[in-house]
Design a protein around this ligand. Structure first.
Ligand SMILES: [Zn+2]
Length: 289
């Protein structure tokens, strides 16, 4: 006799769905510290090389390492992304950020435009087997990714953001979720066909931007779509003229040089609104061997 209550069944089904997602993810994962293979052990994951263990919360492997350039052994006086990560690790602030975006019509308008640009760049590429969305935030611009790939991996440094994304995306489509830092992506080399990295680069200083681009191009086999603030945009120039900080901008020539150093080139580079917009979307294509 089956004594399970319907609620218990539902919990069990959700549980097995999450287990299934984790199983499909496991062969792609690498230890964020040493890039060794990870295997299930007890309720968590253990690195087969350095024996570090990582928790799994509600089916989501927690592989985010907080911190900045000290993680990859580069001296820097910049606390930029560490401060940014701390803000985002505060769950309430993360949620408020998401809600603010949803509430204000101008932000909704911007979101539609961002999605449009992302779609435009995605559609220039063949369909993906696997696509990584990092940082996925609450999934605000993730919609078009679902139709462009067989499996969508969503990662963010904050678990609350990943949980929000999981809720936002709903069930149609094939997904896997994890927490991860974009500086130490816990995935093996070339295991995804493409990566979307939206609205991260302009929170980072130069040495961090270089690291970010290197990591994205290590994990992606074919392409990276990333947004950045253009150093020479009207807004950046205006802010500099008024003595205000223009944010962490990138020169288009520096972006091209960084891409080149990591085996890629800038194939497309679109402004969010018009030529002169501060936010731009670049498509980096890996060079064929
Ligand atoms: Zn390890």
């Amino acid at each position: 006799m089956n004594s399970d209550k319907p609620v218990a069944n539902e919990t069990k089904n959700t549980q097995s769905l999450h287990d299934h997602a984790l199983d499909s993810l496991l062969p792609l994962l690498a230890c964020p510290e040493c890039r060794g293979d990870l295997a299930r052990q007890g309720g968590g994951l253990t690195c087969q090389s350095c024996s570090r263990s990582y928790e799994v919360a509600d089916g989501i492997p927690l592989l985010a390492q907080a911190g900045s350039s000290e993680l990859w052994g580069v001296e820097s006086d910049s606390q930029t992304s560490t401060a940014y990560q701390e803000t985002f690790l505060d769950a309430t602030i993360g949620e408020r950020y998401q809600q603010r975006y949803e509430r204000r019509w101008s932000k909704r308008f911007t979101t539609r435009r961002e999605i449009g640009r992302i779609e435009q760049l995605l559609m220039s590429q063949p369909r993906c087997h696997r696509l990584l969305d990092i940082p996925c935030g609450g999934g605000r611009v993730s919609g078009p990714l679902v139709n462009a790939t067989d499996l969508l991996l969503q990662a963010d440094i904050s678990l609350s953001q990943v949980l929000t994304a999981r809720q936002t995306m709903g069930s149609p489509g094939s997904f896997a979720w994890l927490t991860a830092s974009a500086f130490l992506i816990p995935l093996k080399e070339g295991v995804v066909d493409g990566i979307l990295c939206n609205r991260l680069a302009h929170h980072l200083a130069g040495v961090e931007q270089e690291r970010l681009i290197g990591e994205l191009l290590r994990v992606s086999k074919r392409f990276v779509i990333m947004s950045y603030y253009d150093h020479d945009s009207f807004k950046s120039r205006g802010r500099r003229l008024r003595g205000k900080k223009p944010g962490y901008t990138l020169r288009r020539s520096d972006l091209a040089a960084m891409a080149r150093r990591h085996g890629a080139s800038v194939a497309m580079d679109l402004p969010l609104w018009v030529e002169g917009s501060r936010l731009r979307y670049a498509l980096l294509l890996k060079n064929l061997d």
